[in-house]
Design a protein around this ligand. Structure first.
Ligand code: SF4
Length: 172
């Protein structure tokens, strides 16, 4: 992994968060039926040198303190309500990011009887980050794309998808 590129991405994330929110970003993560792989990637994004934590982006337990609801996992029937209740507790502007192929559309578990088939089956999603799992850098890049799209001049402050960038495609 290119540490300089990761550092630059994380710095842009902090800057965009400060423009949009007046502070750095607070993220509430909900596991909606993950195998754990996406959590490992998320942890990597946090603890990388010059990663999320270094740039002030924090994971919070209280959804009322969160700006981003980050969902991993397939969205099972059993966990759908937990996702919806978490989002309902968050104040706008708020964003929903689905991380990993499972959260995008159910991934390899698509069609299983307990699986709804991705976060969009449960709540409106602003950004999908594909990958099984997506790399830590790709998670950071997705958050950057979302925030920068919403901090662009003359754009409304309503949560919305980055124009034409709903899915973050992998780099080489
Ligand atoms: S996308 Fe892959 S790594 Fe992430 S929860 Fe699904 S199977 Fe696991």
């Amino acid at each position: 992994m290119d540490e300089a590129a990761t550092s630059l991405l994380a710095a842009r994330l902090t800057e965009a968060g400060t423009v949009l929110l007046g502070r750095s970003l607070a993220v509430r993560h909900v596991d909606a039926g993950s195998c754990g792989g996406c959590e490992i990637s998320l942890a990597g994004a946090r603890v990388l040198r010059d990663g999320l934590t270094h740039h002030g982006v924090v994971l919070v337990d209280d959804p009322r303190a969160a700006d981003v609801l980050l969902i991993t996992g397939v969205a099972t029937h059993a966990l759908a309500e937990a996702v919806q209740r978490t989002l309902a507790a968050m104040a706008p502007p708020r964003f929903v990011v689905a991380v990993g192929d499972c959260a995008v559309d159910g991934g390899v578990f698509k069609g299983a009887p307990t699986v709804l088939g991705g976060a969009e089956q449960v709540v409106a999603v602003d950004l999908l980050i594909a990958g099984c799992p997506p790399s830590p850098r790709r998670i950071i890049a997705g958050l950057v794309a979302l925030l920068e799209a919403n901090t662009a001049p003359a754009r409304p402050r309503q949560p919305r998808r980055p124009k034409g960038q709903k899915r973050i495609e992998p780099r080489a």
